[in-house]
Design a protein. Structure first.
Length: 336
């Protein structure tokens, strides 16, 4: 028996919405049935390119009864309400991170999610990056012994616009939240957070009381530690590295380059082109794999999609890091 494609309703047609629209349209297992955006011109343009019916009204999309799942790629402030609508309508939902900037709103929705039986996934796509996933599998298989230290480096090529910083929730909730989830991907039992932040170069961060540079150390119940290094700029390009260290060895993921060609001569040896520019290129495969895994979840098949509680845990760690950096203190956490 042939399984029909999962019909998606996409909410939000900005940069990340376009990534998801392209992935949905390209897969034989998915179909872009509806596209919603408060700026209806964006919905119409996306629907014309990738298929589906355009609207500026999410309720119209849901009421039509023509979608099996919602993919939420709209601004963070809309996430909680849209997840709630999806659950109420019995529609599976894949929502971009973070769930919300206010942990109280996340906690309030949590019992509804748990009792609904509706599949809810959060867009921590980096779990599906081939390099990170391979290292995690090899660590889990015991290749380097017990994990003792995990090091994550994540630096963006340039700082975001100041008006974005003002609504982003700050570097820990907006940027480091991906790294918090990656830390939990390897060590789910984080019990302590220590963070420091500085504003070294970005006037936008300074104007909104945010940091442009941060270092966070997490401690797991086992005693293993995670160090996360973040910066809002990087002259070398999108800097995304990971190292897992144990008594029996070390596994590393290097930056992705734009070419395998290098030059050697009198002025340079093994000179290479720059690293990939930003997350759209670096994590292109991860977004496709994330969608594929979510389709399994929608169909009731075994799936490794990160869920609502993973999103909650990452936000709890982000809040703890913010408090630690501001108060200059060690913050214990309970992610249960």
């Amino acid at each position: 028996m042939t399984t029909r494609p999962v019909r998606f309703g996409l909410i939000g047609t900005g940069r990340i919405g376009q990534v998801h629209a392209a992935s949905i349209a390209a897969s034989p297992d998915t179909e872009l049935a509806w596209v919603a955006d408060t700026v209806v011109a964006g919905a119409r343009s996306t629907a014309a390119r990738y298929g589906g019916t355009a609207t500026d009204d999410v309720e119209e999309m849901i009421a039509a009864g023509e979608v099996d799942a919602l993919l939420v790629a709209s601004p963070t402030a809309t996430h909680i309400d849209l997840i709630g609508r999806a659950v109420e309508a019995g529609l599976a939902v894949l929502c971009e991170k973070p769930i919300d900037l206010d942990i109280a709103r996340v906690e309030a929705l949590r019992p509804r999610i748990a009792s609904s039986g509706v599949p809810v996934a959060i867009g921590f796509n980096r779990r599906f990056d081939p390099g990170f996933a391979a290292v995690r599998a090899r660590v889990a298989a015991g290749e380097i012994g017990a994990l003792e230290q995990l090091s994550i480096v994540s630096r963006d090529p340039s700082a975001p616009p100041a008006d974005y910083v003002g609504v982003s929730g700050g570097i820990f909730r907006d940027m480091t939240i991906h790294d918090f989830d990656m830390a939990r991907f390897f060590l789910p039992d984080i019990v302590e957070v220590t963070a420091t932040g500085s504003t070294v170069f970005d006037d936008g961060a300074r104007a909104h009381g945010d940091f442009d540079t941060a270092v966070t150390v997490l401690r797991a119940a086992s005693g293993a530690t995670v160090s996360i290094t973040n910066s809002r700029h990087s002259a070398i390009g999108y800097d995304q590295r990971l190292e897992a260290f144990g008594a029996a060895g070390m596994l590393q993921v290097a930056n992705a380059g734009t070419s395998l060609v290098s030059f050697s001569g009198a002025v340079a040896v093994e000179a290479r082109p720059p690293y990939q520019e930003f997350f759209l290129e670096r994590y292109a495969e991860a977004y496709v794999a994330e969608l594929r895994e979510f389709v399994k979840l929608v169909r009731g098949e075994p799936s490794t999609s990160p869920g609502f509680d993973d999103g909650r845990a990452a936000l709890l760690l982000a809040d703890a890091a913010q408090r630690s950096a501001v108060e200059r203190t060690v913050v214990p956490v309970d992610l249960g």
